[in-house]
Design a protein around this ligand. Structure first.
Ligand code: NIG
Ligand code: FE
Length: 415
């Protein structure tokens, strides 16, 4: 039993992704407790009530501390080689910078050079950092191989990570047509599709980049059809650098998530609002790419009374989640805490909204809303004990790690 939490945030009560004003309604128990047995949550409530039923169990005293669900990072490019910090300095000081495609290719070349073992060791180090910062489930995608051999190597690496954090694998062969691919665009997309039956042995999801800089909606739809036939569910990178009709396509396909959305169209917004697909947004990317990826309506609101594109999405009824998009180019931070801090600053979201978007809504985007993302009886005991007492404090105090203890499936996890 974890007892006497000053605040216990349950994020409970939603069988479907949370939308609109509901996002601001969050359950906070004062002097809360959570009981765990065999890796599962068995009770949540006021401390005296829980202790009355689980008196014999060992107790962790969380007095003076905040207790929350573990953070769910539902979009990362975890397995890669190299670093792009030099490119970012160019961007920062205003020298001619490498664009999205050129940047991805840099990482592709560095990734192809590494063995499975080297890639695995590097990814494990990142997972340790994520764990220390409170991530308890992570999605990871391929997409830096972009040839048959390396894409399969990345899938195998993801399947063999063996870390305390459960990793949900996604195949992203349709990230970008590599500039060194010898054949036509159609040939490359055929290769992507031909890999799907093998990829499906490792990856639960198939991701595609539907973006003016990557692939068209038509091309993505063809990949999606084959992915479905191979038994995979879908996620999309959509409409990041411009409107490619990606959001509408994702909604039409019933994708589990549609990610980025910076350049979403009015039609895309309408489609998302009436679909179960969860829109994932990335304040780490907004922050790190400076002004090179302008969002709809001209970017971020500098004043809280300017609605901003994310507020417009929430108001329109879209179900949204937050993730890092951790990758060496557009978001080099693996920390969901940093993402939470940036979400408040850049998207003007409330603490309650941010918590729901990093826990239960992110879990729904991975089709795991019944398993993780909230503190409720029956769910896996992924629990954070923080070194501060109130749920606004980890978002307010930017730049420090305030996670004290991480439980994954009821076990204390230590990087
Ligand atoms: O931000 N369309 C793809 N965009 C990727 C870029 C990753 C990178 O720059 O390496 C993304 O998810
Ligand atoms: Fe991404």
């Amino acid at each position: 039993v974890i007892a006497h939490a000053t605040e216990l945030l349950t994020c409970a009560g939603s069988a479907a992704p949370i939308r609109g004003e509901e996002l601001s309604r969050i359950e906070i128990l004062k002097d809360g407790a959570v009981a765990v047995r065999d890796g599962r949550i068995v009770a949540v409530g006021p401390t005296p009530e829980v202790l009355a039923n689980y008196a014999a169990d060992a107790t962790l005293n969380a007095a003076g501390r905040l207790v929350t669900p573990g953070l769910v990072d539902a979009h990362t490019h975890l397995v890669y080689g190299g670093t792009r910090h030099a490119d970012w300095e160019d961007l920062a000081v205003g020298r001619p910078a490498t664009g999205l495609g050129g940047g991805i290719m840099r990482t592709v070349r560095a990734t192809r050079e590494l063995s499975a073992d080297q890639l695995r060791v590097r990814a494990l180090r990142d997972l340790d950092v994520m764990l220390a910062h409170g991530t308890t489930t992570v999605e990871a995608k391929t997409g830096y191989g972009l040839d048959g051999e390396t894409e399969l190597r990345l899938l195998e690496v993801m399947a063999n990570l063996r870390h305390e954090i459960p990793v949900v694998a996604t195949y992203l062969g349709a990230h970008l047509q590599p500039t060194d691919y010898p054949g036509s665009r159609a040939d490359y997309l055929k290769l992507v599709r031909d890999l799907l039956p093998e990829a499906a042995k490792y990856a639960e999801y198939c991701d595609m980049a539907c973006d003016p800089a990557c692939f068209t909606a038509e091309e993505c739809a063809e990949v999606a059809t084959v992915a479905r036939a191979a038994g995979m569910r879908l996620r999309l990178h959509a409409d990041q650098t411009g409107d490619a009709g990606g959001v509408a396509l994702a909604a039409q396909l019933g994708a589990s998530s549609v990610d980025h959305l910076d350049a979403i169209s009015a039609a895309g917004r309408a489609a998302l609002a009436s679909s179960p697909t969860v829109g994932m947004i990335f304040p780490g990317v907004s922050q790190h790419m400076l002004d090179t990826i302008p969002a709809v309506g001209g970017g971020q609101p500098s004043q809280p009374d300017a609605p901003g594109w994310v507020r417009q999405l929430i108001d329109s009824g879209a179900a949204l989640g937050l993730a890092t998009d951790y990758n060496p180019g557009t978001c080099p931070t693996p920390s969901m805490q940093t993402v939470m801090q940036l979400a408040a600053r850049l998207y003007r979201l409330s603490y309650a909204e941010i918590w729901q978007m990093c826990t239960i809504n992110a879990a729904h985007s991975l089709d795991r809303g019944g398993e993780i993302g909230s503190l409720e009886p029956g769910k896996r005991a992924d629990i954070l004990v923080w070194s501060v007492p109130e749920h606004g404090m980890p978002i307010h105090r930017f730049g420090v790690n305030l996670v004290d203890t991480v439980l994954i499936a009821g076990k204390r996890a230590q990087p």
